[in-house]
Design a protein around this ligand. Structure first.
Ligand SMILES: CC(C)(COP(=O)(O)OP(=O)(O)OC[C@H]1O[C@@H](n2cnc3c(N)ncnc32)[C@H](O)[C@@H]1OP(=O)(O)O)[C@@H](O)C(=O)NCCC(=O)NCCS
Length: 122
């Protein structure tokens, strides 16, 4: 509700939601001496609609809006170390890099990769 411009849904031909990306802006970043940046909280595509490029499109729409609406300088996210599909999307398709590994980030003890993508040339 706070940053509606940077979250998107994908719909099928009947208007049913088959994918979404939910993102926020770290607005207090400037107070902490960090540049304004976006953060992707969650993205998912319905199983039968995967590998069609929907997640890539949702991410690009969100990233573009982060820059045009909020002048975000980069986007960050966390992903489970074991999530090969999501890591493929972020690193290979979108160009994210691993900023750091956060040990036992998730409740079940799994490590997270903290990833970042500069939006300066967007
Ligand atoms: C991760 C997820 C959102 C990807 O959605 P998608 O719409 O299938 O992704 P896209 O079709 O846009 O894929 C873009 C690229 O991501 C990579 N990718 C996607 N799925 C992959 C898989 N299963 N294995 C390896 N790479 C994969 C590929 O590089 C792919 O490009 P290509 O199809 O040209 O090879 C989807 O698998 C999903 O909903 N997973 C469950 C929820 C989840 O894990 N969310 C991320 C939490 S951080």
């Amino acid at each position: 509700m706070t940053w509606p411009q940077i979250s998107y849904v994908a719909e099928d031909h009947k208007g049913r939601i088959v994918g979404y990306v939910l993102a926020k802006i770290e607005e207090d970043a400037e107070e902490k001496g960090e540049p304004i940046h976006g953060h992707v909280n969650s993205i998912s595509v319905l199983r039968s609609y995967r590998r069609l490029g929907l997640a890539k499109k949702l991410m690009l729409l969100s990233q573009e809006a982060m820059v045009s609406v909020y002048k975000a300088q980069y986007v960050s996210l966390h992903v489970r170390k074991s999530n090969k599909a999501a890591i493929g999307l972020y690193r290979d398709t979108l160009g994210f890099e691993v900023a750091q590994v956060e040990k036992k980030y998730y409740g079940d003890g799994e490590d997270a990769l903290s990833m970042r993508l500069s939006l300066k040339d967007t």
